[in-house]
Ligand binder design. Structure first.
Ligand code: SF4
Length: 362
């Protein structure tokens, strides 16, 4: 459990992201935490690089609507301070936090607070010589990297277990998608500890989303992975949207309503692409305001020749009609023809008649 969110043991795959604010600035960090929560994020990690940041956790943790993870590098004191401030989980790399004595202090504090620790191995910070030792056994660089990531994770787990600590979550990351996938496959075939999936240094919004979708998506489709973070060089809210889309595409989360739209072709005679984008943004904003939907599928199609038939399972749809006009359809049957310039407002009105407000959350 990370706070109230179960991770592993067959629990639904949860979505994580990380704040980009200065954690010492509690107000700014809480504002970003709330924005991430509204977007659908379930667990949020914060960098804790200074005593001031650890101190700010005392203000941030009680007001956060989701469980928080303190990301600690190099400093056991900061980990212990974060635990004392009520953090729900710690992310450390025992390899860079120092002596076994220091790791022991962190493990004991986490054990007393009954919170988990994530240990992460990263291709960029593997123990010296480890990668080479696998390459010398005749493995390709990718195989060697996967084995090295697994071996480093096993070593870190061993350190924590030697102190009687086993509330462990593991991540194995490389910026190479095939190496990350292979490392996670290997690890999950050898260990039952829950896995945090992510592609490190994935890139900017477009590249990072594609690389994460391929890497994380491949693993999820094989039943591997318990919680995911899409790392993007972008606003972290976009990471959450990408993570939700990956889970939906992998069939692990059902998005209501699903929006389907055709790719357009020479039969399209209205401006479909911005309409589909606007409807998507409208649905997203309603979800962020905690509305739920009575309709399961909305279709935005280019023409009435194929559109209503292809999207006959959509409770609500729109398709191009005669020049300058569009046609509304419901479950495959055209019910009305309206001017194309009224399409967006009309679709919004139709959607609004099919929503319910959820109970407000903290
Ligand atoms: S629905 Fe119509 S406009 Fe869209 S791709 Fe199919 S045939 Fe073309």
């Amino acid at each position: 459990m990370i706070g109230s969110v179960p991770v592993g043991g067959g629990a639904p795959v949860s979505i994580q992201s990380m704040t980009s604010t200065d954690t010492a600035d509690a107000a700014a960090t809480l504002a970003q935490i709330r924005a991430l929560h509204r977007a659908g994020c379930q667990i949020i990690r914060l960098a804790v690089p200074t005593p001031r940041a650890a101190e700010a956790l005392r203000e941030i943790v009680p007001d956060s609507p989701v469980p928080l993870v303190a990301d600690i590098h190099f400093d056991a004191d900061l980990a212990v301070k974060s635990i004392q401030a009520g953090i729900h989980a710690i992310r450390i790399n025992p390899g860079n936090i120092g002596s076994h004595e220091k790791v022991k202090r962190v493990a004991e504090a986490a054990g007393e607070a009954s919170i988990p620790i994530r240990v992460g191995t990263n291709a960029g910070s593997l123990p010296k010589g480890l990668l080479k030792s696998f390459e010398e056994r005749g493995m390709t660089r990718e195989q060697a990297l996967s084995e090295a990531l697994c071996a480093a994770a096993a070593e870190q787990i061993g350190i924590l277990e030697s102190f009687g600590f086993d509330k462990i979550k593991v991540s194995l990351k490389a910026s190479s998608v095939p190496a990350t996938v292979e490392a996670c496959r290997l690890f999950s075939s050898r260990s039952d500890y829950p896995l945090h999936l992510g592609i490190t240094e994935a890139g900017t919004e477009w590249n990072g989303t594609v690389r994460s979708a391929v890497g994380i998506g491949t693993l999820l489709m094989e039943g591997i992975g318990d919680t995911i973070r899409v790392s993007l060089t972008a606003d972290p809210v976009k990471e959450v949207r990408a993570a939700i889309a990956i889970l939906e595409a992998a069939g692990l989360r059902t998005a209501y309503p699903e929006i389907v739209s055709c790719p357009t072709c020479g039969r399209t005679n209205y401006d479909l692409i911005p309409l589909a984008e606007e409807i998507g943004a409208f649905i997203r904003s309603l979800k962020e305001q905690r509305y739920t939907f009575r309709i399961r599928k909305i279709a935005v199609m280019g023409c009435a020749v194929n559109g209503p038939g292809e999207a006959s399972d959509a409770e609500l749809g729109i398709a191009g009609g005669p020049p300058g006009r569009v046609q509304l359809f419901r479950n495959g049957t055209i019910t009305e023809t309206i001017p194309a310039e009224e399409a967006l407002e009309r679709m919004k009105r139709e959607i609004m008649t099919n929503i319910i407000k959820e109970e407000p959350s903290k």
